[in-house]
Structure formats: structure tokens, C-alpha cells
Design a protein around this ligand. Structure first.
Ligand SMILES: [Fe+2]
Ligand SMILES: [Fe+2]
Length: 292
């Protein structure tokens, strides 16, 4: 990415900051008819069992699953900030990338605070990450080289962007949540632009093996995200019968739905630097059900 282009992104971030304090109508309480997560993104939508739920159960399912999504974002961004604070130390202060990443950090910290506040507003009780998630999250954050971590971050950004876009476009969504996603999408669009360009440079220099490794890092990051949202406890909380059985059905349904709705942009990105090859394509198909 050209220096002038990054300077332009820095300028927008400085001159047109979106502050969650004033941008989001925190004072508005949810109305009885407000939904929290667009139905299509809930884990049970599309299954017969979904039609047997009462309207309140449907809303509650969306509320709990959305809380899970937001809490996972906040945790992922917190980990990414840890990495970025280490990474910018390797770049001189005057370097345009250093200055851009400082803006990104400022925005990411604001996002985390906003996510916490939104969870509070929803009366949410996020279910903590599993031990495996914690281990992989912290381990990779500490030990993977920068290019791999940026690959991971863009995969999460591109996938979660889909959630934001659905929420922004669904008219019945609780305004606090709609504006939260609005703000997040606008600022993340700049991060994605920067990271995408940075990674194009890395990928252009990468040979077959490195591109294969990049592709796997992205794949595992997506798998990581996908397995954080659907939780058995949520079905218990919503008073759904047979939570064990429903959990299994929901996980399977969500896997399919996720493949159909969330992977378009990331597939296009990986394809742009020939990240699908004989060693990776089968895994994308089998593990993520991606059409590649
Ligand atoms: Fe963010
Ligand atoms: Fe970001």
C-alpha cells in the first residue's frame, strides 16, 4: 500500500472518530419487539425445531448467541492488541505503519469497551472460552510470527464483518446493537484495507509452502471463531427441551450456515494469492465445508 493511502486512512481516523459514547443511543432500552441477532444467523434458524419455539424463546436465543459473538470479538481484539503493541516496537515511531497501527489500537480499545458496555446493556452473561480456545489463542498470539498473526486477524475481521452487515441491514434489530455494528464496520473497513494490502505483499513473496501455511492459519482461525458461538448452556437457559440433542443439531446447522453466509470474502482473499492448492483445498472443503 502506498504511503499516501495509509496517510489518508490515518487522517480519517483522526478527523472523523466515531466515539461509542456519543454514536450509540445507550439510553434506549430494548422494546418488546426488538430482536438482537438477525434470525438467519441464529444456530437453530432453518431447522424444524426453530418453528416450535415461542416468540420469546426466539428472541432469547438471539440475545444469548449475540452476547457470545460480542464477547468473542472483545476477547479476540484484546489478544490482537497484545500482539500489536509488541509488533509496533519493531517499527520506528515515524514509520507510517507504526502510526496507522497506533490509530488501529486506539480504535480497537474503544471497541472492546463498547462491546463490554453492549453486553451489559443486554444483561448478558457470556460463557467463557473453552480451555482449548484459551490455550490456542494465547499460544499463537505469543509465538506465531507477525505475518501469520495478521493472516489470522484478517480472517476474523472478514468473517465477523458479515455479522455486522446482516445486523446493520435488519430493520428489527435493537438500535444500540445496530449502531454498535455500524460503528464497528466503518472502522474495521479501514483496518481490513490496511491488513489486506500488507498481506498481499507478504503473500507475493511467499512460495508454495508458505502460502500453504498461510492458508492453514486462516482456516484454523475461522474454525476457532466458528466454534465459539454455539453453546449448550444457551439452550438450557432458553428453556428448550433436550438441550444435548438440540446442541448437536444446532452445531451441525450452524456449520452449514456459516459456510454459506460467512466465507465469501475470505475465500476471495485466499484465492487472490493462490492459497488454495492440493495441500489445502481438501481441508477447506472438509473442515469448513467451503466451496473451493
Ligand atoms: Fe474492532
Ligand atoms: Fe480491527
Amino acid at each position: 500500500m502506498q504511503t499516501e493511502e495509509i496517510e489518508r486512512l490515518i487522517k480519517i481516523s483522526r478527523e472523523r472518530p466515531l466515539l461509542p459514547e456519543s454514536y450509540i443511543p445507550w439510553q434506549q432500552e430494548p422494546r418488546a419487539e426488538d430482536i438482537f441477532l438477525p434470525e438467519i444467523l441464529t444456530s437453530l434458524h432453518g431447522l424444524d425445531i426453530y418453528d416450535t419455539l415461542t416468540p420469546t424463546q426466539k428472541i432469547e436465543l438471539g440475545r444469548h448467541e449475540l452476547v457470545q459473538v460480542i464477547a468473542s470479538y472483545a476477547w479476540g481484539e484484546c489478544l490482537f492488541c497484545l500482539f500489536m503493541t509488541r509488533y509496533i516496537l519493531t517499527l520506528p515511531l515515524a514509520d507510517v505503519r507504526h502510526r496507522f497501527l497506533l490509530r488501529e489500537l486506539i480504535e480497537e480499545f474503544r471497541h472492546q469497551e463498547m462491546f463490554g458496555q453492549a453486553i451489559n446493556k443486554l444483561g448478558g452473561e457470556p460463557i467463557p472460552q473453552s480451555r482449548l480456545h484459551k490455550f490456542f489463542g494465547e499460544f499463537s498470539n505469543k509465538y506465531l510470527p507477525a505475518d501469520y498473526l495478521f493472516m489470522g486477524s484478517i480472517s476474523v475481521e472478514l468473517v465477523t464483518d458479515v455479522y455486522g452487515n446482516y445486523a446493520r441491514k435488519s430493520p428489527g434489530v435493537y438500535p444500540v446493537i445496530r449502531k454498535m455494528f455500524d460503528l464497528h464496520n466503518i472502522e474495521e473497513a479501514r483496518h481490513i484495507l490496511f491488513t489486506r494490502a500488507l498481506l498481499k505483499e507478504y503473500a507475493a513473496k511467499a512460495g508454495y509452502i508458505k502460502r500453504t501455511l498461510y492458508s492453514y492459519v486462516i482456516l484454523f482461525n475461522i474454525l476457532f471463531v466458528r466454534t465459539m458461538y454455539v453453546k449448550k448452556k444457551i439452550f438450557e437457559r432458553t428453556g428448550i427441551q433436550n438441550p444435548d440433542r438440540v446442541y448437536k443439531m444446532a452445531s451441525k446447522n450452524f456449520k452449514q450456515k456459516f459456510a454459506e453466509t460467512c466465507l465469501g470474502d475470505i475465500i476471495e482473499f485466499v484465492d487472490s494469492w493462490r492459497g488454495f492448492n492440493r495441500a489445502t483445498r481438501w481441508a477447506w472443503r472438509r473442515i469448513l465445508k467451503a466451496k473451493v
